[in-house]
Design a protein around this ligand. Sequence first.
Ligand code: ATP
Ligand code: MG
Ligand code: MG
Length: 530
Amino acid sequence: KAGTKKETHKANFEIDLPDAKDGQVVTRFPPEPSGYLHIGHAKAALLNQYFAKAYHGKLIIRFDDTNPSKEKVEFQDSILEDLELLGIKGDKITYSSNYFNEMYDLAVKMIKEGKAYCDDTPLEQMRAERMDGIKSARRDRTVEENLRVFTEEMKNGTEEGLKNCLRAKIDYSALNKTLRDPVIYRCNLTPHHRTGSEWKMYPTYDFCVPIVDAIEGVTHALRTIEYRDRNVQYEWILQALNLRKVHVWDFARVNFIRTLLSKRKLQWFVDKQYVSNWDDPRFPTVRGIRRRGMSVEGLRNFVISQGPSKNIINLDWNIIWSANKKVIDPIAPRHTALAEDHLVHVKLSKGPEKEFSEDRPKHKKNPDVGTKKVYFSSDLLLEQEDAKAIADGEEVTFMDWGNVICDKVIKEDGLVKEIQATLHLDGDFRKTSKKLTWLAADKFVHVDLVDFDHLITKDKLDEGDNFEDFLTPKTEFHTKAIADVNVKDLKVGDVIQFERKGYFRLDSTDNGLVFFTVPDGKSVNKYGAK
Ligand code: ATP
Ligand code: MG
Ligand code: MG
């Protein structure tokens, strides 16, 4: 077919949208401003951008703001910032609330054509009737009565209005339950963050999305697969209102083990103060994983490599952290940190008489990373765990320096108290089995190393599981440590490697230097509570 050729980006997938014409495709990413952007949203946003670019079309960022009870300016602003961070820029930013007048007019039109009715059946009963395919007692109200209730009572949020909702008159006994006269407008007196108290009723998601897609010229609406049952309903609304056709194209949600990706549930953790906020490093929000040390490039690479799979997947976090490691490893400066608990002094003979320093590369394979000062002295420190493993007389290598013969390992109550050693710079580091990290005994800074566990204990929650029953009791782990003095020059947000410990991101300097462990795709479940 002419005009459907699209350029391949670096994605490893090549999928054609139906009826896509080069230069004419319009996609949209429609977040509800009811929480912070999470990694699932990032996937949806990047996919929409991918298709818009691949077909030289347009991407709309649309705030789907039709439920004032959940939505806030704070969320809206943070979503825009996070999208920008991911390099996602819509050709325009729109709001469902821009179309409240149009949607109101279309609802009135539907009523006039006998395609919608007002219903004041109590909520529970209405739910049960929908479940059982039972006709509502209000289904045969006259057009006049429906118009009165909708345009006078519901619109003004009167007592009678508040009891009613507007339902599309489709098929109350349809096999596909989404067609059983879905609610398309409901009252809500909470002020809207953009339209204030102008409206007392709001279109539902089901009514709003097809209409705004059609009005905005969206050609391909990407939706996650759990909406598949609703596709016929979407089409019904477009047809009932005589609106332009939109292709609905579905893709799989991304899920992660031991992770909740629902804004409502994440809000619960924030409200209950299980986490500090939406940017908590245990959160799957874009901000949370950024704080945990995820690079923008790693995140983008990950999403693109996933492609628009149609199977719902429950991913292991190792996959995304491995993608991140590929990005950070070649550029993360190397530093030294030692766990502070029971540090061991190594007293060197034939060592330097006076402490001195020399420059050493921060990254052995990447000179661009620069140099750091390494301090040498005859009084050194080792971690207790390393010291314990050394035998009397063993020759070991002190990294960035040379070999040391540990003449005598002095122990007391099962702990090493001190090591008496001889510097042996002529020794061959290829012949030692231990390459140890060490620090000069009076040249270090105190640091706090923090690791985290997942918030929930079960890999995949089943239908009917209540997440509150699967909370991990302890999810934050602190290790007091000392580190080389060069880390004082780091800035919050810098990602480094503490040799032999792993990657860390400096999270704050307000109360001493606090580093968060960056998972490397291998040791994520170190503290796994299972
Ligand atoms: P939440 O349950 O977190 O509120 P949502 O789907 O209701 O999720 P929206 O803000 O309405 O949140 O979603 C915006 C877009 O992101 C939608 O197109 C939605 O399908 C998509 N999306 C949300 N979660 C995921 C996910 N886990 N994987 C892929 N896409 C997702
Ligand atoms: Mg939603
Ligand atoms: Mg949801």
